[in-house]
Design a protein around this ligand. Structure first.
Ligand SMILES: Nc1nc2c([nH]c(=O)n2[C@@H]2O[C@H](COP(=O)(O)OP(=O)(O)OP(=O)(O)O)[C@@H](O)[C@H]2O)c(=O)[nH]1
Length: 263
């Protein structure tokens, strides 16, 4: 196989009503057989990402995917292939049918942050970390944000200030990322972005915070989600600005979650 050519791959994070997600093991005979992954596979000629995902879930697990939400993308070079991975989320109401392993693979439900199976495909570590980020948070820009729902992973994140402990998750402007990464683990730093350049800088952070206070912020975020899908979760920070424009359905457009500003 020519490993220089970028191969388009779709993979689905499928949820059950308990908020658990599905992992399956790679069948014998494939590269990385026995490793755990999200169900999916290569996009075939003429397919959209959604139709490829629907075909793969039917072939591998016998279920029908009705809808899926674009989430994260990632490029990874294996010794056997150079892959462009497109991860989708499939909510508990977005699929139907009875799960059955059609390729003699194993499958299991997992809770975010509490993985009980190993090993995982090498490219997937940041994807699993992203699943531990809640989709609904709230708080104030100056004092920090926290999870809203008891059903989601509990997380508190604080604005950076000098002297803050390295174990704390922090947020700071994207252009400070390189400097902060010398003192804090990069997977604890969220980057605040409001331009294309910052969006690109922030692709090594744990997550992006995109504040919305004007129509231009909405327009640029829509463009970036479409033209340069992120490899890290995007949290849309909805500020209390009196902006009357209705907000797009961000989570259906590729954002990971929403942060609501409190008074
Ligand atoms: N399905 C899937 N593939 C992944 C994930 N993460 C990841 O790096 N990959 C890589 O993406 C590629 C997917 O190809 P595949 O071999 O599963 O594709 P396929 O089902 O169409 O198989 P085929 O080779 O029989 O046509 C592999 O190189 C695999 O290592 C993941 O979470 N799910």
């Amino acid at each position: 196989m020519n490993t220089d050519k970028l191969v388009e791959v779709v993979a689905g994070v499928l949820y059950n009503p308990q908020g658990e997600f599905l992992l399956s093991s790679r069948p014998a005979g494939k590269a990385y057989a026995g490793y755990w992954e999200f169900a999916g596979g290569k996009v075939e000629t003429g397919e959209t990402y959604l139709t490829a995902l629907q075909r793969e879930f039917k072939e591998e697990l016998g279920i029908d995917v009705i809808q899926a939400t674009p989430w994260l993308t990632k490029i990874h070079k294996y010794e056997h292939a150079h892959v462009h991975l497109h991860f989708y989320r499939i909510g508990a109401r977005q699929w139907r049918g009875q799960l059955c392993a059609r390729e003699q693979q194993s499958w299991c439900w997992q809770q975010p942050g509490k993985l009980t199976v190993t090993p995982m495909l090498p490219a997937n570590a940041p994807i699993l970390a992203a699943l531990s980020i809640p989709t609904r948070m709230r708080g104030q820009f100056n004092t920090g944000f926290h999870t809203v729902s008891a059903q989601e992973p509990q997380l508190k994140i604080l604005p950076y200030h000098s002297g803050i402990a390295a174990a704390v998750s922090i947020y700071a402007p994207a252009n400070q990322l390189q400097y902060l990464a010398q003192q804090h683990p990069i997977d604890h730093i969220w980057a605040i972005c409001s331009s294309r350049e910052q969006w690109q800088q922030a692709q090594s952070a744990a997550a992006i915070i995109w504040p919305i206070s004007s129509i231009d912020d909405i327009k640029l975020l829509l463009t970036l989600l479409q033209q340069e899908p992120s490899s890290v979760p995007v949290m849309v920070f909805q500020k209390k600005t009196g902006l009357t424009t209705p907000q797009p359905d961000w989570m259906n457009l590729g954002a990971h979650g929403i942060i609501h500003e409190l008074e």
